[in-house]
Design a protein around this ligand. Structure first.
Ligand SMILES: [Zn+2]
Length: 269
């Protein structure tokens, strides 16, 4: 039995053929910048793989938020043409296969969780890139923390100074504003990024009781010292309220594999 994981990015899309949590074959191509062309390209690539392999389901991760009930894409800043559409349903109609839908961060969280030895019961994944997103996995299941989709993990406030960086959400001092990739090119911001990120993790651990917090995404790929700085802030732990066996760790999978593997895992859920 084989599944296909699709990770739609603002620039590139990855498609992986997955068997027993391993990538058997994968493709990467520029993301078409209009909706019918995207569906055409995905359908052709997936049908090509099905000619040679018995594919039973497809999982789709996309960079945006969607209504958890109707799956209508509500917000996709990098691919606004997705808004108002239900890409999982449209793709399922073309392929005549079941198609699961998740956010790109949600799919990556599922992939990273599945790759961890011991699969922690409560697992928080934070992805640091041009923005900061997160997803919570409990007992192996991706959680929706509110009625309109995943929580806004990147917008806990971690800097209350008057000159705290402004965030796209309208607030100042959000975790995202402090540790997103573009902010870290400023040496003064970079100098305190480990502390800010550690504070963000602290707020989220208190709220979500995660046993493992994993930090991943493009920022960590380019700047792995950030992980050590967060760990240093947590040694000794800044609170007596952390769950037993708590751990902050780096990615178990490369960023470009976590999304497709997680999407394929969700396709079987
Ligand atoms: Zn914000």
């Amino acid at each position: 039995m084989m599944r296909i994981g699709v990770d739609i990015g603002g620039q590139h899309t990855r498609i992986a053929l997955v068997q027993r949590a391993r990538i058997v074959d994968q493709q990467r191509f520029p993301t078409p910048q209009e909706y019918p062309a995207l569906l055409d390209t995905l359908t052709a690539a997936i049908d090509g793989l099905r000619e040679e392999h018995p594919v039973t389901a497809v999982g789709l991760g996309l960079p945006g938020r969607f209504d958890p009930d109707t799956h209508v894409v509500q917000r996709a800043l990098n691919l606004p043409f997705l808004e108002g559409h239900t890409p999982d349903e449209d793709l399922a109609n073309r392929l005549r296969l079941p198609v699961a839908l998740a956010s790109d961060v949600g799919a990556a969280a599922v992939g990273q969780h599945a790759a961890l030895p011991g699969a922690p019961h409560r697992f928080l994944y934070l992805s640091l890139g041009t923005g900061v997103g997160g997803a919570l996995v409990v007992a192996g299941k991706l959680q929706d923390l509110s009625t309109d989709g995943p929580a806004h993990f990147g917008h806990v406030i971690v800097d209350t100074a008057e000159d705290a960086p402004a965030c796209a959400c309208g607030a100042r001092g959000c975790l995202e504003a402090c540790v997103r990739g573009p902010a870290l090119s400023d040496p003064a911001r970079r100098a305190v990024a480990g502390l800010r990120l550690g504070l963000g993790v602290l707020q989220l651990v208190h709220l979500l009781r995660a046993q493992v917090v994993m930090l991943g995404g493009g920022v960590l790929d380019h700047d792995p010292n950030l992980l050590d700085e967060v760990r240093a802030m947590w040694t000794p732990p800044p609170t007596t309220l952390i769950p037993a066996g708590f751990e902050i760790r780096g990615p178990a999978l490369a960023t470009d594999q976590a999304g497709v593997l997680g999407a394929a895992t969700l396709a079987g859920a």
